[in-house]
Ligand binder design. Structure first.
Ligand SMILES: Cc1cc2nc3c(=O)[nH]c(=O)nc-3n(C[C@H](O)[C@H](O)[C@H](O)COP(=O)(O)OP(=O)(O)OC[C@H]3O[C@@H](n4cnc5c(N)ncnc54)[C@H](O)[C@@H]3O)c2cc1C
Length: 449
């Protein structure tokens, strides 16, 4: 029950959490477990945000958003262990297709790996020196700052590789950034590799090798368990106003909710959809207006018949830059694909997606597709957060800095696995911890009523 300071206006909650993705759900859980009265407001009619495991017209439940997890991700792994969740290995592949020099090539995984290795290793060399403690960004090393000035393509050009090796590496980083490698910071490649002990192959493994058995919904339920936070779905927040004593949150249906503190978990590319009064700092607004790189898509495809397991990569000017087999479904095959520009492909236009897939495999006939356009969705505006040059060295510290009674949290603002479920858990937990330890939240109990 909320206990009110008699000097303050009546509040509806101690803390209002805006957004019910992993960051909001874990922040609400940690705060409510500590005895804080929490109200979580979520615009969608479900929790989970950019993770969404649901039944699909393709014939089986599918992950439309965040999917892959790994034991190298400490916050995910702690929840998996605490709740007895298991990993499900992704299916392997027998052959690789890639487009290089305008032609389709096909080879074994080993042959393709040898081709891509120089660009991947060259780009991630020095990762551990740049980010010696990758779960703590600050103080940032000089080499990380220097890397944050360059884009992925700037750095690839410096490596002096031949055109083929440059092209295949560029294509792989396009997949990792889900956007243009010209816009992605080289420092992010180093940071991810440092999180994987300096081994870029483990970044690839973390990005693709394991899913949560039963779906990310099970992980979300696990994180949410034990929470006593009140949850309100289908509640779009439009304004966040604060004064010395309280935060007032206005919703699209005209309600005003008063709380002592607010945790705002909107992705960077959606942050400008809320009006803050007083406005967020100049630095935060500039970062939100510049946005981050990942504005691509993820698409599921059902193809007729059984297909030998494969994975395929293409340059970033193609609509589909990666596709691969995932599941067998009643004699058909379900494939997964990604592209760097959501504006270039309508995920629900089966003929258009099939035509994009035909760049590698003109023999495949698609029956149906499924996906969610997170980039066009105003509640996300992006897929997974990947930084532009300058973000890590100039923007992130300011985004993490609380402003009065309002603080940002979310996968986009994490120190470690930013852009991942793990980063959302880290950032949400940190926001709760800091509210409990650095504010008057718990001290209110000392006030005589
Ligand atoms: C296609 C795709 C693939 C991905 N793949 C992976 C992967 O394999 N592995 C991995 O670890 N991560 C992956 N990610 C990233 C991962 O899903 C996210 O980093 C993580 O889920 C972010 O959690 P969050 O709580 O910070 O933000 P979100 O999940 O975006 O939560 C923010 C919440 O705020 C709500 N909201 C927005 N505006 C308002 C408003 N005005 N009022 C009220 N509520 C509002 C939103 O509806 C949302 O629920 C992927 C993401 C996408 C989209």
């Amino acid at each position: 029950m909320t206990q009110h300071d008699p000097n303050q206006a009546e509040t509806d909650a101690d803390v209002v959490v805006i957004g019910g993705g992993f960051a909001g759900v874990v922040a609400a859980r940690d705060l409510s477990r500590a005895g804080v009265d929490v109200l979580l407001l979520e615009a969608r009619d479900r929790l989970g945000g950019r993770t969404w495991h649901r039944d699909s017209p393709l014939g089986r439940p599918l992950e439309l958003g965040g999917t892959f997890v790994h034991w190298l991700q400490p916050h995910v792994w702690a929840e998996m262990t605490a709740h007895g969740l298991e990993l499900e290995p992704s299916p392997g592949v027998d052959e690789v297709y890639w487009i290089m020099g305008g032609r389709v090539h096909q080879a074994s995984v080993e042959e393709y790996s040898a081709l891509v290795e120089p660009g991947m290793a060259g780009l991630t060399d020095g990762a551990r020196d740049a980010f010696p403690m990758p779960h703590r960004l600050f103080p940032m090393t000089e080499s990380a700052r220097a890397a944050d000035v360059l884009s992925i393509t700037d750095r690839l050009a410096q490596l002096g590789l031949d055109a083929d090796r440059t092209e295949v590496a560029r294509s792989r980083w396009t997949l990792s950034f889900n956007g243009s490698p010209e816009e992605g910071s080289w420092a992010q490649a180093l940071r991810l590799t440092a999180l994987c002990g300096g081994d870029w192959t483990m970044v690839s493994e973390a990005n693709r090798a394991y899913t949560v058995a039963g779906g990310t919904g099970r992980l979300l339920d696990a994180v949410h368990s034990g929470s006593t936070a009140r949850i309100r779905l289908s509640t779009l927040v439009t304004d966040v106003r604060q004064d010395e004593d309280n935060v007032r949150v206005l919703t699209a249906d005209g309600e005003t909710i008063t709380a002592r503190h607010a945790v705002v978990t909107l992705p960077i590319n959606a942050l400008t959809t809320i009006a803050f009064d007083p406005p967020l700092s100049h630095g935060k607004r500039a970062a939100a207006e510049r946005g981050q790189v990942s504005t691509g898509f993820k698409v599921w495809m059902r193809a007729r018949g059984r297909i030998t397991p494969f994975i395929a990569f293409a340059p970033d000017d193609c609509p589909l830059t990666m596709a691969g087999t995932e599941y067998e479904q009643d004699g058909d095959t379900i494939l997964l694909g990604f592209g760097p520009d959501a504006a270039k492909l309508d995920l629900h236009d089966v003929a258009a997606v099939e035509s994009a897939l035909h760049q590698w495999r003109p023999d495949i006939e698609l029956i149906a597709t499924d996906g969610h356009d997170w980039t066009a969705d105003p509640l996300s505006g992006e897929t997974w957060c990947m930084p532009r040059p300058g973000h890590l060295s100039r923007e992130i510290a300011e985004l993490q800095r609380p402003e009065g009674r309002v603080r940002l949290a979310g996968g986009d603002y994490a120190d470690g696995w930013a852009g991942y479920i793990d980063g959302a858990l880290e950032s949400g937990r940190r926001a709760a911890h800091r509210l409990l330890n650095e504010t008057d939240l718990l001290r209110k109990d000392d006030t005589p009523c």
